[in-house]
Design a protein around this ligand. Structure first.
Ligand SMILES: [Zn+2]
Length: 244
């Protein structure tokens, strides 16, 4: 079972790991991984791995194995010359991942500003979207942007806390997602918290986030779309709100 070290330290852009197994089609499984495996609306990491003699092999995507026990780094050019047991250096494409961490945190901030059930979300490096069950409310791009930027500027801490399945059952209000249940089976649930003691926001999430809200930087709501009778899709983009 791969140890997903990004769950405890999202900032570990480079580290050494032991190659455990090579599967057909350049699928590489390590003892531990700083590469995030695609899930929960956040895309898998890209980057490269480096051998002891300096050879570099591109990683195009990162996914879970079918049984979700292992993290699989996809090397489209193949794994020629690699041997199970050898130590390799895993370099995450940090420029891309850091943007994803900022964007992912921005999605949580949007859910603080708009406390409605979430029906879908997708994190992207240039744009993210969050869908809310929000029947009749008139949402204003400038107002939502300003309220998000207040949370960013206040520089609240963002941190991880683990609870048991039973603790989650006792606090069903923690789950903001209307149709995605937090993964069960390991007996513990990972919570992402914003603010002192998680007072601003606390919800189950397996993704990678920045350590304090200020790191998100300038963001704005680029678009609000109506998706069905009671669904509103909000698109988050980097940079200031363009002049109307
Ligand atoms: Zn998250």
């Amino acid at each position: 079972m791969t140890n997903p070290v990004y769950q405890e330290d999202a900032y570990l852009s480079t580290m050494e790991a032991r190659l455990e197994r090579i599967e057909d089609g350049g699928r590489l499984i390590f003892d531990r991984s700083n590469f995030f495996a695609s899930g929960g609306g956040q895309p898998g990491d890209t980057g490269m791995i480096e051998t002891a003699d300096g050879r570099q092999i591109a990683i195009a995507d990162t996914v879970y194995s079918d049984d979700r026990r292992d993290i699989v780094l996809l090397a489209p050019e193949g794994a020629e010359g690699l041997t199970p047991g050898e130590m390799l250096v895993l370099h995450v494409d940090w420029k891309r991942r850091y943007k994803l961490m900022r964007m992912h945190t921005a999605c949580h901030i949007l859910s603080v500003v708009l406390p409605y059930p979430i029906t879908g979300a997708a994190v992207g490096e240039d744009e993210s979207r969050v869908d809310f069950d929000l029947p009749d409310a008139e949402a204003d791009k400038a107002e939502v942007t300003a309220r998000m930027m207040e949370v960013v500027a206040a520089n609240h801490p963002v941190f991880i806390r683990w609870i048991t399945d039973e603790e989650l059952d006792a606090n069903p209000g923690l789950v903001k997602s209307a149709n995605v249940k937090p993964p069960r089976g390991t007996g513990r649930i990972r919570l992402v918290c914003i603010g002192e003691d998680g007072s601003m926001d606390t919800q189950p999430c397996g993704g990678t986030h920045v350590g304090e809200t200020q790191e998100v930087g300038e963001i704005h709501i680029g678009k609000i779309e109506k998706k069905g009778r009671s669904n509103r899709r909000f698109r988050i983009r980097f940079g200031p709100l363009p002049a109307a």
